[in-house]
Design a protein around this ligand. Structure first.
Ligand code: TRP
Length: 391
C-alpha cells in the first residue's frame, strides 16, 4: 500500500485494515471470512432477533440458568468485585450479576465496537448511577491491563457469557483463557458460559431457524461488504449453510455461492465456482470435562459448574491454578548449594555425561507435556446422549 502514513485518517486506517483482511480471506483456499465482521449495526440487530427465535435455545437457556443461580454465583464471588465483561453487556445477564453482587467496585466492559460500547455504557450508567463504569474500547484477544477504579477492589472477575468462547478454535480459546488468567491475577475468578454437546438435530436447528433470521444474519456480511467496501455481491446468488460437525463437536457456518460468478470487492475481482463455500463461523460445543481440559491447559481450574436440568448449557466458575502464577509463590530454598547454576538440582558424584543425559530427559518431558496441552488435532468426542438426570 503506497499511501503516506502522514495525513491518514483513523477511519482510513480501519478501512484499509478491513479491506486487506477481507481480500486475504477471499484469496485463501478454502475462502474464509472472519465472523467479527458480522456485527455492524444491521448485524447486531439481526443477532438480537436470532436470540428470540424458538430454535435458538442458547440465550434462553443461559438466561434461565443465570436467573436461578445468580445469587449463589454472587455469594461465591464475594464483595467488592470489579466485574470485567468480555463484550459489552447492557443486557439482562449483566444486570442480574450487578444486582446480586455485594457492593460491586466497578464494571469494566471490553468491547471492540465503539458504537455498541457507547450504547451499552449509556444504558448501564442510567440504571446504576452509583456504579463506577470504566469502558475499554479494545479487542479482548489482545493483551490488556485492568483499570484502577477509585474504590477498593477485592477481586477482579471476568464475565464471558453467551458461549462466545465457542466461536474460537481450541488453540485460540486456550490462548484467550490464558489472557483471561493473566488479566484477573492470582485472586481473580472467571464466569464463562459454554454451550454443551447435545442432540445434533437440536444444535443444527438453532443455526437454521425456520424464519430465516440466521440466514439473513450471515448474508448481511456480504451486504456489509457491499456497503463498506464497495463490493457487488448479489445476495440472491448466495445462501447460508450451517452444519453440525459431529466428530469435531462444532457448528460450521458457510456462505455458499449458488452459481459460477464474479464479484468485485474494493476494486479487486474474485471468481466463485458453483457451490463454492466460504467458511464464516464455528460454534464449538463442549462436554464439561473437555472444557475443564482446555481450562487446565490455560492454568485455570473449574471450581463450580451450574447447568440446566437438561444439561444444554453451563456457566462455569474458574480460578487460577496456584502453580499457574508460580512467580508469585513465595519460595524457600532449603540449601542453595543443592542447585547448580543451570537450575538442575545437583546429584552427588555425577559426571558430565550423566548430567547431559539427565538434562536431555528433562527437556523431552517438557516436549511431551506441550504435546498433551496442544494436541495436533481437536479431540474426537462426539455427543453421547446422557441418561435423564434426577434433580
Ligand atoms: N456466539 C453465538 C453462537 O455461536 C453466535 C451465533 C449465533 C452465530 N448464531 C449464529 C454466529 C449464526 C454465526 C451464525 O451461538
Amino acid at each position: 500500500m503506497s499511501v503516506p502514513a502522514s495525513g491518514l485518517h483513523q477511519d482510513d486506517v480501519r478501512y484499509l485494515a478491513m479491506r486487506d483482511e477481507i481480500w486475504r480471506g477471499l484469496a485463501a483456499r478454502p475462502r474464509k471470512l472472519s465472523s467479527k465482521w458480522f456485527y455492524d449495526e444491521a448485524g447486531s440487530a439481526l443477532f438480537e432477533r436470532i436470540c428470540e427465535q424458538d430454535e435458538y435455545y442458547v440465550t434462553r437457556t443461559e438466561l434461565a440458568l443465570m436467573r436461578e443461580h445468580v445469587a449463589a454465583m454472587a455469594k461465591m464471588l464475594g464483595p467488592q468485585v470489579m466485574l470485567v465483561e468480555y463484550g459489552s453487556g447492557s443486557g439482562e445477564k449483566t444486570r442480574l450479576l450487578l444486582d446480586h453482587l455485594e457492593r460491586p467496585a466497578a464494571y469494566v466492559p471490553i468491547e471492540i465496537s465503539r458504537t455498541a460500547l457507547r450504547d451499552s455504557v449509556a444504558q448501564l450508567r442510567q440504571a446504576y448511577p452509583a456504579l463506577e463504569v470504566v469502558a475499554l474500547n479494545a479487542d479482548f484477544t489482545e493483551p490488556l491491563l485492568l483499570p484502577r477504579p477509585h474504590g477498593p477492589v477485592r477481586r477482579p472477575v471476568v464475565y464471558f457469557p453467551g458461549s462466545t468462547l465457542g466461536n474460537f478454535n481450541r488453540r485460540e480459546a486456550v490462548d484467550l483463557l490464558i489472557r483471561m488468567r493473566q488479566l484477573m491475577g492470582p485472586n481473580g475468578r472467571a464466569l464463562v458460559g459454554i454451550d454443551l454437546k447435545k442432540d445434533p438435530l437440536l444444535i443444527e436447528a438453532a443455526y437454521n431457524d425456520g424464519a430465516g433470521v440466521t440466514a439473513a444474519f450471515t448474508l448481511n456480511l456480504l451486504a456489509r461488504l457491499n456497503r463498506e467496501l464497495d463490493a457487488d455481491f448479489d445476495l440472491q446468488q448466495f445462501h447460508h449453510r450451517a452444519r453440525y460437525n459431529v466428530m469435531r463437536g462444532r457448528v460450521e457456518t458457510f456462505i455458499v455461492s449458488r452459481c459460477a460468478q464474479r464479484v468485485s470487492v474494493a476494486g479487486r475481482p474474485f471468481a466463485f465456482a458453483a457451490d463454492e463455500a466460504m467458511a464464516v463461523e464455528i460454534s464449538c460445543k463442549y462436554t464439561v470435562s473437555e472444557f475443564a481440559g482446555m481450562a487446565a491447559a490455560a492454568g485455570l481450574g473449574v471450581t463450580h459448574v451450574w447447568t440446566d436440568r437438561r444439561a444444554w448449557f453451563a456457566v462455569v466458575l474458574l480460578e487460577p491454578h496456584p502453580l499457574a502464577n508460580a512467580e508469585e509463590i513465595p519460595m524457600s530454598i532449603h540449601d542453595a548449594k543443592d542447585l547448580s547454576p543451570d537450575g538442575l538440582p545437583c546429584v552427588k558424584n555425577e559426571g558430565k555425561k550423566e548430567k547431559a543425559q539427565r538434562k536431555k530427559a528433562a527437556d523431552e518431558n517438557v516436549d511431551e507435556a506441550l504435546e498433551e496441552t496442544f494436541p495436533a488435532s481437536d479431540p474426537i468426542s462426539p455427543f453421547v446422549p446422557a441418561k435423564p438426570r434426577q434433580h
